[in-house]
Write a protein that binds this ligand. Structure first.
Ligand SMILES: *Cc1c(COP(=O)(O)O)cnc(C)c1O
Length: 496
């Protein structure tokens, strides 16, 4: 039991009139809407200022111990004035967030978010829609975005789509759908321990770790994922893939899934999706594309040709929260044949009974297409983003980040202390500060840069050696941010 202070417990206790009918009680709505309204407007103005002036802030800063300690407080049993809680936010949360909205953030592969998305999130929060199912317009908004996704990738009618947290979840779900297709829907009851041929999946050694995790979580086992080697441009070697499938068939195993990558996380390589789709079709395997960042390159004419073949995939995982700048989180799974997604996830339940009319109409519901029942309104911020900016503007942002990556590549090439570590094919540039003690020096440079607040690159390992990695995803990044990055890397490197 919580130790509720006497005054509060009294306030919350249902006050019963002598008739036994409870009287109206307190709600969680503001006691004073005027004050709350003023505070809300201030929050909004502050966030507008924050985003307008973000360039003047450090990208990231280390968290002082005293600030971190504030987040080891006791469970609040009583109320606190919202203005005081908001002050905590402005002083202790806002300055120490990860900074991926900042133009000089180039770490990992993260989107910058937009004012459009922020406002839509507020509206979605107000509605508090539960998008698991039932007949209400927020579900139609999600279906609309799914239909737009179908059109973007040239999928046929009957395709299905679903918002999920991110591509990690979307890739996991694709493994499950491919499994159900390979073993039949009865595998949902028997499970994967039932004697059946061992299923084998294939992807490249440059694939994201969530593919192996998806195999693990599905019960098929990450050891049943073959990681095929890549060529110099980090694309899967098709001849080796072909040989691996043949060898597995000969050994009595059951190949069931090929996962191609559109935009590897390390260097942004795109597999030969057209050849992969043909191979999967010839072998009778499910063809899934992990297009977390780069699949949405389909929106710009200069990137779409690189994705040729994606339109023939059985399923595509991608994130609106990366290149399309929708605020976190907004992952998506698009499946060519929606029936197969239903066969994998739909499960009748008495309390989710469907009707032809009323609020229980409109079956199938989003909960039939994935693991979640209660789901937030991720579609709204995506719908706003697509409508307000249009696909042409979003595509232009993506093209521009690739153009900036080429500029960064030139800056690296023009700087004698630096060397490129991988070909620049998309929006990611990997490079090193030349040093006999390369791994340690480059790791130190990246940490120093992050702590300086000037720029946030991250690291990766290429051919066994550490490299500085700058993934240009943010729509706010400008050439001067890249110049500042290079200057800071060189200065830090010289200080070694
Ligand atoms: C980011 C990324 C993922 C993981 O996506 P999340 O949205 O972070 O779950 C998977 N694959 C690739 C290629 C990625 O870039």
């Amino acid at each position: 039991m919580l130790d509720v202070p006497a005054d509060v417990s009294e306030e919350l206790a249902p006050a019963c009139a002598p008739s036994g009918i409870p009287s109206d009680g307190v709600t969680l709505d503001p006691a004073d809407w005027t004050d709350t309204r003023a505070l809300g407007h201030r929050m909004l103005d502050d966030m507008f200022d924050y985003l307008r002036d973000i360039r003047q802030r450090p990208v990231w800063q280390p968290i002082p111990d005293s600030v971190r300690a504030e987040f080891h407080a006791a469970l609040p049993t009583g109320p606190t004035d919202m203005a005081a809680v908001y002050r905590d936010f402005t002083e202790r949360i806002l300055p120490y967030s990860s900074g991926n909205a900042h133009p000089a953030f180039m770490g990992w592969v993260q989107g910058g978010g937009t004012v459009t998305g922020m406002l839509a999130e507020m509206l979605a929060g107000g509605l508090n829609a539960n998008c698991g199912g039932r007949d209400h317009i927020p579900i139609e908004v999600e279906r609309q975005v799914g239909e737009w996704a179908r059109q973007m990738f040239g999928f046929p009618e009957g395709a299905a789509g679903l918002f999920v947290t991110g591509s990690s979840m979307a890739n996991f779900m694709a493994v499950l759908i491919a499994r159900t297709q390979a073993l039949g829907a009865s595998a949902r009851q028997t499970g994967v321990t039932f004697p059946c041929p061992h299923l084998v999946a294939y992807t490249s050694s440059a694939a994201h770790g969530c593919i192996a995790k998806g195999m693990d979580m599905s019960g098929l086992g990450s050891a049943m994922l073959r990681r095929i080697s890549t060529d110099a441009a980090h694309r899967i070697r098709i001849s080796e893939l072909r040989a691996a499938i043949a060898a597995d068939r000969l050994a009595g195993l059951k190949p069931f899934l090929i996962v191609g990558t559109a935009g590897t996380v390390d260097i942004g390589a795109i597999d030969d999706l057209e050849t992969l789709s043909a191979l999967a079709a010839a072998e009778g395997l499910w063809f899934h594309v992990d297009g977390a960042c780069a699949a949405l390159g389909i929106l710009t004419p200069d990137l779409a040709p690189k994705l040729k073949g994606i339109e023939r995939a059985d399923s595509i995982a991608f994130d609106f929260h990366k290149w399309a700048q929708v605020p976190y989180d907004a992952g998506f799974l698009l499946v060519r044949d929606g029936k197969k997604q239903l066969e994998t996830f739909a499960a009748p339940a008495a309390y989710l009974r469907r009707e032809a009319r009323g609020m229980s109409a409109g079956s199938p519901w989003p909960c039939d297409f994935g693991p979640d029942l209660s789901r937030g309104f991720r579609a709204l911020k995506t719908w706003f983003t697509l409508k307000v900016h249009g696909t042409a503007q979003l595509g232009a942002v993506m093209s521009r980040t690739c153009e900036l990556a080429q500029y960064l590549k030139r800056l690296v090439e023009q700087t004698p202390e630096l060397a490129l570590a991988a070909p620049v094919q998309l929006n990611i540039v990997c490079f090193r500060y030349r040093s006999p003690n390369s791994d340690a020096v480059n790791a130190r440079i990246v940490t120093e840069l992050q702590e300086s607040g000037i720029a946030v690159p991250s690291t990766t390992t290429l051919e066994g050696r550490l490299a500085i990695r700058a993934a240009i995803v943010n729509h706010r990044t400008q050439p001067r941010d890249l110049e500042a990055l290079i200057d800071a890397v060189v200065q830090s490197g010289r200080g070694a």
